[in-house]
Design a binder for this molecule. Structure first.
Ligand code: DMJ
Length: 637
């Protein structure tokens, strides 16, 4: 150590690279440390008389400076330092000038080699974040490109028809002939900012849709409500209706979407008003506003209970309560019916108002009954607890029932799945799970936190026991749904999977990807190997990513998207369903479902987007992925 060091010593505390290292030290601190630390006392004894005189001189100069410090200078100094504790402030204001002379230059943190720069290095952390950000922006763009490719096939070969047959390059009216792909895809184009599609779809709707609604024949109440009515209503909001988001300036005015929606809903209302019970008929003849039951007389439970988000929102924006009143009668009636721990059979009779049969499942015909119980309650926003708590209670009871009666684990590797009770509560359990059941993961997560992040919900102590159990099931089920993709040769899920349990096993029916850890857990029967470009898994990955903020859900979504790109993209435009996901190359099925544009690609896009785009605590998605604002929230994202 040099002699000068001996005269201006520092305590060992100063050497530590804590926050204090960057703070400017005042003259008084230096003086105090120089003369009153034990270290210094020892050193000062060894100083010569000359050195002591020099110190006295410095002390004198300091005194002169203190007595001439201008008030203005003090104020500037104070402002510059911001808010500190008063002791610190007193010290630094007084001794600023001499302090500056004596102050050591601020010590810099040690230089780190690139591989030592970990998470504590804020600038590298920032650049990691930037890189990750640009990766997801690029992936979002890929999804947008896929949407444009899907639309280009539809508009080239099938414009005005309900669906595209991408292989034969034709259109087909599988949904009654209302141009369902156009209306289903419109809000996706708005959210993605694909202006050309917004204009093209908007002007088709402006020119043709009302005409079709007044002239077409039979449509299914549920499909028309969720796809066409739902699409019109979200287009209304996203184009600025009700002081909505105004995501676009293209296409017709919001009121045009609203008027068209009202015209359609007025006709659909006949399904409710012509039924002898609160349970609506399943089919409507549009041109004469009449309705009748499906052949066989029964309605699907999910179909009659998946109309309320749409009809409620229409009442809210039109000011006419009739839509909501009719639709809510269904849920009020179902509330009174007997259930198995909240679980319901998949058929219901509009003639008697009773459930029919005992088949209980969360797949086809059962699924969105459970989804709408919680979503209709969520839709009420600040008014949730006024009169719809019965929906929340029905949902809570049903999810307990799911966990108690329907959840099992596969062997050998313990995938959590939701099976069925095809013969009711006393019959045998079936380890069968439709891909449709994968919606449940997202619904469970949404129901647990009500759309806010898990972190915030935990911090604010908002999660009760049921919420935590449901969140856990949501995460386990999302993993299972992802593995239903990863276990096949194409990386795409089958329509239906069975799970190997102690009571059920069938050899030789795996998904074809022998390197999957779960190849023995998941059984895929030949009749169930098709893929219809369905959205439920990516829908849940989107909701789970928003709620848990765990990036694995994004990575899983990207893997699924890549498989869609590889095996379902048709060069000439559009994407096709597949006959068999377990063989390569898979045989194409000549259909692009409307929900591929309305849901699958929208959810993938939102999964990779910033979480402020259509936030889950301000919007509720109908079962066809059309977002409606939650009552009482301001949507300015
Ligand atoms: C969509 O029409 C809706 O999500 C519905 O609730 C279930 N089936 C399809 C998508 O798979």
């Amino acid at each position: 150590m040099s002699s000068s060091n001996k005269c201006l010593p520092y305590t060992t505390k100063d050497v530590h690279y804590d926050n204090a290292k960057f703070r400017h030290r005042s003259f008084f601190k230096v003086f105090y440390q120089t003369f009153f630390t034990s270290n210094v006392k020892r050193t000062s004894l060894s100083c010569s008389t000359g050195k002591i005189l020099a110190l006295l001189l410095i002390f004198g100069i300091a005194y002169l400076m203190l007595t001439h410090t201008s008030p203005a200078n003090s104020v500037t100094d104070r402002l510059g330092k911001g808010v500190k504790n008063s002791k610190d402030n007193l010290v630094s204001y007084g001794g600023s000038r001499l302090g500056k002379l004596l102050r050591k230059p601020p010590r810099l943190p040690p230089r780190l080699s690139p591989d030592q720069k970990g998470f504590n290095n804020s600038s590298s952390h920032e650049s990691d974040k930037l890189n990750a950000g640009s990766k997801w922006i690029a992936r979002q763009q890929s999804v947008k490109d896929a949407f444009v490719h899907a639309w280009s096939g539809y508009t080239k070969y099938a414009k005005g028809y309900d669906e595209l047959m991408p292989v034969s390059q034709h259109g087909v009216d599988g949904l009654g002939g209302l141009g369902a792909t156009i209306v289903d895809a419109l809000d996706t184009a708005m959210i993605m900012g694909v202006d050309e599609v917004v204009s093209e779809a908007g002007s088709w709707i402006e020119k043709h849709l009302l005409d079709s609604i007044t002239k077409k024949g039979q449509v299914n109440l549920f499909e028309t409500t969720i796809r066409v009515l739902g699409g019109l209503l979200s287009a209304y909001h996203l184009s600025g209706g009700e002081q909505g988001m105004k995501l676009t300036h293209r296409g017709p005015k919001p009121t045009f979407y609203l008027e068209t929606a009202k015209n359609l809903a007025d006709r659909l209302l006949s399904a409710f008003t012509s039924s002898p019970t609160p349970i609506p008929f399943s089919d409507v003849i549009l041109h004469d506003s009449t309705a009748h039951p499906a052949s066989g007389g029964l309605s699907s439970t999910s179909e009659v209970s998946t109309l309320q988000l749409e009809f409620n929102y229409l009442s809210a924006i039109s000011g006419d309560p009739k839509y909501s009143v009719e639709a809510m009668k269904v849920l009020e009636h179902i509330k009174t019916l007997p259930k198995v721990e909240g679980l319901v059979p998949i058929y219901i009779s509009p003639q008697t108002g009773e459930f029919s049969g005992e088949n209980i499942r969360l797949g086809s015909r059962g699924d969105s009954y459970y989804e709408y119980l919680i979503k209709v309650w969520l839709q009420q926003g600040t008014a949730r607890d006024n009169n719809l708590t019965y929906l929340y209670d029905m949902y809570t009871e049903a999810m307990k029932g799911v966990r108690h009666r329907l959840v099992q684990k596969s062997i050998p590797n313990g995938l959590v799945f939701v099976g069925e009770l095809p013969y009711g509560s006393e019959g045998a359990f079936s380890p069968k799970m439709d891909h449709l059941v994968c919606f449940l993961s997202g619904t469970l997560a949404l129901g647990a936190t009500k759309g806010i992040t898990k972190e915030k919900a935990m911090k604010d102590n908002l999660l009760n026991f049921e919420d935590l159990e449901n969140l856990k099931l949501a995460e386990d089920l999302a993993k299972t749904c992802f593995e239903m993709y990863a276990v096949t040769s194409t990386g795409l899920a089958p329509e239906i999977a069975y799970f190997h349990t102690k009571d059920f096993s069938e050899g030789g029916l795996d998904g074809g990807n022998k390197s999957s850890e779960y190849v023995k857990d998941i059984i895929i029967k030949p009749a169930d190997r098709h893929n219809l470009l369905r959205p439920e898994t990516v829908e849940s990955l989107f909701v789970l990513y928003r709620i848990t903020e765990d990036p694995k859900y994004r990575e899983w979504g990207w893997q699924i998207f890549e498989a869609f790109e590889k095996y379902t993209k048709v060069d000439t435009g559009g994407y096709s369903s597949l006959d068999d996901v377990t063989t390569i190359p898979p045989h194409r099925r000549d259909k692009m479902e409307t929900f591929f544009l309305g849901e699958t690609l929208k959810y993938l896009y939102l999964l990779f987007a910033d979480s402020s785009l259509i936030p889950l605590d301000k919007f509720v998605f109908n079962t066809e992925a059309h977002p409606f604002p939650i009552k009482g929230t301001k949507n300015d994202s």
